[in-house]
Design a protein around this ligand. Structure first.
Ligand code: ATP
Length: 550
């Protein structure tokens, strides 16, 4: 099938903000695509050519892409940069520049979907000698055969940002509409496999029956089960009747997959971070039996056996070079708390069984591998849970988790099966959409950040300007990120792509027509940059409204 057909669909999707319309457009298209191309189209509709658990990336920096576009249309890189500033993104700039050159035709061949997909995938495989020029050659091959709109979307797929307002939810609904399968069945198949391409293929070929047979598979990350807020330790334990209470560690959540000899570690956003913390893989190998499994735990950074800031852990994960030195400088520890697969799927077992199996199989004589500290609580021994909480805070941890021992593990949900009780008041995760340069000593830094929450259909609504809680290092880091994601700059004001997630504390929610959300935050303070979260994880206007005390 021609790539232009997919591009027409992208354009139609970008032209509407209505979720139902987007779903129908995609559903109609999915029906027409043949079975081998369907999984590819599903990934490409999400703006990528790799499944979420893949370690591979195309590895084309924005600068290189701009250079390739400049070469194809015969302008300078500066011209491309100017267009990017004007259009707001590289894809838009490519389209504009191609159109301006419309008298010359670039097309040497018609692009089809499979060719674009496989060429983009091959980019990830190119490494070693002259890899950059070899990658560029591939990109040029695509771009020089592309029409203006094709160039727009090839560019956007390379930077993995399609800007068509389609997320996994819409794709899932479109699959269910196209192949006439229950939404809940498609949802479950997605949560278990984390592979929408596969879900689409099975839905088309085998319908609901096929989807019901899909299950967890080590090596493919699953969406983690998330926690709700507990209103109080006593109340929650009384409601559950009995509970497993565990220390809540403040690090990063990891999902550990072993399949054959290969161990992979995934973050909460299902990024593969195996390469960043190789020492942990060695510890895990020693501590677990040689069977396929999926386990979950929290990795924290320590100094003298005490937990240190969560930011250190993030730095470890982000690091690509000097890993040896980081291993020495920032020792890490794993606290295991769940087992999703051991020889076979275990998520339908109650937590009590999953935990017991974890205890039976893990060798905790290795210092860095631990089980999360836990107690069994009932309404008769609530004080034990309170003591665990106090101990947790005294030891530099975050609070406690209160979990229902009878419940299965349901990927991707946030329900009362698992609760969290923290020492600090609740915070909000927001995305930065703009900022203002500071004055005086902060003139080179962006001192104030305009932040937004999400509303249904992925719309962003501004909610506050936050300017406090930032030390000089964080300011410098944020300013650098802001420049990386800059769309436009006017005077001291800058607008950015919604990429940077901040966790914000505040004193009160107030009504405020000045902000898109209709509400604002009094005295907002940045707690930290949440690199472990993405745009899909930020808080919603709905949640803000439900928290508003009136
Ligand atoms: P938060 O911002 O509070 O960490 P979150 O949105 O990242 O919340 P939640 O599911 O709401 O995620 O909170 C639970 C998180 O707490 C888990 O994702 C995990 O990272 C962490 N955690 C720490 N210790 C435990 C534990 N013993 N059991 C389960 N989760 C734990």
């Amino acid at each position: 099938m021609k790539y232009q057909k997919l591009v027409d669909v992208y354009e139609a999707l970008a032209a509407t903000t209505k979720r139902l319309e987007k779903t129908s457009i995609l559903a109609e298209f999915f029906k027409k695509v043949d079975i081998d191309t369907l999984p590819k189209v599903v990934l490409m509709a999400l703006g990528t050519v790799f499944p979420p658990w893949s370690e591979e990336e195309q590895g084309i920096a924005d600068k290189l892409l701009m250079k390739a576009i400049a070469d194809v249309v015969g302008v300078s890189v500066r011209d491309v940069e100017d267009q990017v500033r004007e259009q707001g993104d590289i894809g838009g700039a490519a389209e504009k520049l191609y159109k301006a050159k419309s008298q010359t035709t670039f097309f040497s061949q018609t692009l089809d979907i499979d060719f674009v997909f496989s060429t983009l995938r091959k980019l990830a495989k190119i490494s070693g000698n002259r890899s950059i020029s070899r990658k560029i050659a591939r990109v040029l091959e695509l771009l020089s055969s592309a029409s203006a709109t094709e160039a727009k979307y090839i560019s956007r797929t390379i930077i993995e940002e399609l800007r068509i307002g389609v997320g996994e939810g819409i794709i899932r609904d479109a699959i269910s509409q196209a192949f006439n399968v229950e939404k809940s069945v498609a949802d479950r198949a997605h949560m278990l496999t984390n592979d929408l391409g596969l879900v689409a293929k099975v839905a088309k070929e085998e319908g609901e029956e096929g989807l019901k047979k899909l299950n967890l598979s080590p090596g493919k990350s699953v969406k983690p089960m998330l926690a709700q807020l507990s209103e109080g330790i006593g109340i929650s334990i009384e409601e559950m009747g009995e509970a497993i209470c565990e220390t809540k560690y403040d690090g990063i959540r990891v999902q550990i997959h072993k399949k054959g000899d290969k161990i992979n570690l995934f973050t909460r956003r299902l990024e593969n971070i195996s390469k960043a913390i190789p020492e942990m893989i060695d510890y895990i190998k020693k501590a677990f039996p040689d069977e396929d499994f999926i386990a979950e735990g929290e990795i924290i950074a320590t100094k003298n056996n005490k937990p240190i800031s969560f930011q250190y852990m993030l730095q470890r994960v982000r690091r690509k070079y000097n890993i040896e030195k980081a291993i020495e400088d920032v020792p890490i520890r794993l606290y295991l708390f769940d087992l999703l697969y051991f020889k076979e799927p275990m998520i339908d077992e109650p937590l009590a069984i999953r935990r017991k199996t974890l205890e039976d199989i893990v060798d905790t004589s290795i210092d860095q591998i631990n089980l999360s500290e836990m107690i069994k609580a009932t309404p008769e021994n609530i004080q034990d849970a309170v003591n665990l909480f106090n101990e947790s805070i005294a030891n530099g941890h975050e609070g406690i988790m209160i979990k229902n021992p009878k419940e299965p593990y349901i990927p991707g949900i946030r329900e009362k099966k698992m609760l969290k009780f923290k020492a600090e008041p609740e915070t909000l995760d927001v995305v930065v959409v703009g900022g203002t340069y500071g004055v005086g000593k902060r003139v080179n830094f962006i001192g104030s950040y305009k932040v937004a929450l999400q509303e249904e259909d992925n719309q962003l609504k501004t909610v506050a300007h936050v300017a406090t809680g930032l030390d000089d290092d964080t300011l410098a880091e944020l300013t650098e990120l802001m420049n990386k994601y800059k769309i436009v700059e006017k005077g001291t004001k800058i607008e950015v792509e919604p990429r940077i997630i901040l966790e914000i504390a505040y004193s009160e929610i107030v009504k405020s027509p000045e902000y898109g959300a209709g509400y604002s935050l009094r005295f907002p303070v940045v707690k930290r940059i949440r690199e472990d979260k993405g745009l899909a994880d930020i808080d919603t206007v709905e949640r803000l409204k439900s928290m508003f005390k009136g």
